[in-house]
Structures are given as structure tokens and as C-alpha cells.
Design a protein around this ligand. Structure first.
Ligand SMILES: NC(=O)c1ccc[n+]([C@@H]2O[C@H](COP(=O)([O-])OP(=O)(O)OC[C@H]3O[C@@H](n4cnc5c(N)ncnc54)[C@H](OP(=O)(O)O)[C@@H]3O)[C@@H](O)[C@H]2O)c1
Length: 229
């Protein structure tokens, strides 16, 4: 059994866990995880996009998205079960505020998440009744540390938008991108991921067809320090 007390983030842990062929216990942020738990604990950008790379129209409409498929036929139910904390930018949160009635009609609650959520904004935003929300701004790193504590052995979900996911990438805190490519083009809109990732490239882990409306692609974000092979 090896005890590791100082690790910058869970990706390091997963790499070490893969390389060591024995059970690993981690003392991180005052919590212990075993090797099985370390298989989770990812920070994932999970989203849907148009074929031409937009997650919403210019005016933040998602009307194009919902007719493309039944969410229960996607990986979402299994994905959300493994999420322990989630984070979004203010445009995504304001979409939830504007569509509270629609969300409530479909899910039974205007805030359908049991997990604690962090909302990034430089402005003061209204809360949603019954929602476990934390309003934050600035550097994503201290927020990620808080989220990691709250999520325990589960994953962190970056809901969007694309630039917020990019802020986590910028500081080495993004592990996976899981994207449902919808069978539509929008021409203009809110970008999927406004970053240049070329060397090393992302690693495609899986491809899955969901009816005729979506292709689900799962990518691992390699680390430029040691994963560039
Ligand atoms: N297709 C999908 O599956 C999917 C998934 C999620 C979201 N969406 C939609 O996609 C759109 C995303 O909009 P978006 O691209 O504008 O992204 P967003 O991340 O939802 O919102 C961006 C805004 O968040 C605030 N923000 C971001 N980082 C911050 C930081 N570090 N500190 C302080 N504030 C910060 C800023 O606004 P302020 O400071 O002015 O508040 C920024 O303009 C929304 O319409 C959403 O509904 C689609």
C-alpha cells in the first residue's frame, strides 16, 4: 500500500494508479480513495453540439437540440449517476432560469440536479429555490478544489459553455470531453470549445451512434508533459 500525500489533481493520481499494479490509497484534501474509486474522479465536459461546432444559437436557443433524440437513449442517465458536482457559466444558468417552467414540466423540478452546483459570473444572479448553488468568479482552480471535495469519489461535470470548459483545460484540470454531435448545422452560435488543441491531440476513446440524431464521441485530454508519446 502506498500513501501519496501531495498531488496536484486527480489526473496525476489516475496516471500513477495505472502505472502501479497494486492498491493505492490517496490522502487528498483529507479524504482517502482506493484504486477503484480513482477510476472515476474525472473532470468531464459533457455536452451536445451541432455538426458545425455550436452548443447554442447566438441568442442562446436550444430548440434545435431536443428534437434530435431521447435523452434516455444516450449515455446521460449513467453519466449523471456518476456526477458528484457540476459547474456552469452564467449564460447556461440563465437558460435554466428562463426555462424553469419547461424544465419543471419535464423533470418535476425547475432545478433537476441533486448535486451541488457552481455558477461562474461576475454579476449577481438570482438563486433557484431548492438548488444547492454556489456563485463564484475568477480563477477556476480554487473552485475545482472545492468541487473535488464536494464530489468525493464521483466526477465533476462541466456543463458549459465552451470557454468555461477551456478555462479548466488551460490549467490542466480537464480530463475528458464527451460530446454528442447533433445532425444539424447552425452556421453561427456559441462555440463548443474555443481553444486550439493540436499537440498532443485529444485521444478518441469511443464512438457511439444514438439513432439518426447523434453521434457520441468520448475523448481523453492528454497531458502535454508526460502523455505526448
Ligand atoms: N448544447 C448543450 O448541450 C449545452 C450545454 C450547456 C449549455 N448550453 C448552452 O450554451 C450556451 C453557453 O453560453 P456561453 O458560451 O456564453 O457560456 P457560459 O459559460 O454558459 O456563460 C459565459 C459567461 O459566464 C461568465 N463567466 C465565465 N467564466 C467566468 C469566470 N471565470 N469568472 C466570472 N464569470 C465567468 C461570464 O459572464 P458574466 O460575468 O457576465 O456573468 C461569461 O460571459 C447557453 O445558451 C447554454 O444554455 C448548451
Amino acid at each position: 500500500m502506498q500513501i501519496i500525500t501531495v498531488l496536484e489533481h486527480n489526473k496525476c493520481v489516475q496516471r500513477i494508479s495505472r502505472r502501479c499494479g497494486f492498491s493505492l490509497t490517496l490522502a487528498l484534501a483529507g479524504m482517502n480513495y482506493n484504486a477503484k474509486e480513482l477510476a472515476f474522479m474525472k473532470t468531464q465536459y459533457y455536452t451536445a453540439t451541432s455538426l458545425d461546432g455550436f452548443i447554442a444559437t447566438e441568442d442562446d436557443s436550444l430548440d434545435w437540440l431536443f428534437p434530435l433524440g431521447n435523452v434516455n437513449e444516450t449515455s446521460y442517465p449513467a453519466f449523471i449517476d456518476a456526477v458528484g458536482a457540476l459547474v456552469m457559466g452564467s449564460a447556461t444558468y440563465e437558460w435554466m432560469l428562463r426555462h424553469a417552467d419547461k424544465v419543471a414540466a419535464e423533470t418535476g423540478s425547475s432545478w433537476p440536479y441533486a448535486q451541488p452546483a457552481w455558477i461562474f459570473s461576475s454579476r449577481e444572479l438570482p438563486s433557484i429555490e431548492g438548488a444547492n448553488t454556489h456563485f463564484v468568479k475568477g480563477d477556476v482552480r480554487p473552485v475545482h478544489t472545492e468541487m473535488r471535495k464536494a464530489a468525493g469519489s464521483k466526477n465533476i461535470w462541466i456543463m458549459g459553455g465552451g470557454d468555461l470548459a477551456g478555462q479548466f483545460l488551460d490549467v490542466g484540470l480537464l480530463d475528458e470531453i464527451i460530446v454528442h454531435i447533433g445532425s444539424v448545422t447552425l452556421w453561427k452560435g456559441k462555440p463548443l470549445f474555443p481553444r486550439r488543441v493540436t499537440s498532443p491531440p485529444l485521444r478518441l476513446l469511443s464512438v457511439r451512434q444514438v439513432g439518426t440524431g447523434f453521434a457520441e464521441l468520448r475523448y481523453e485530454v492528454p497531458r502535454s508533459d508526460t502523455d505526448a508519446t
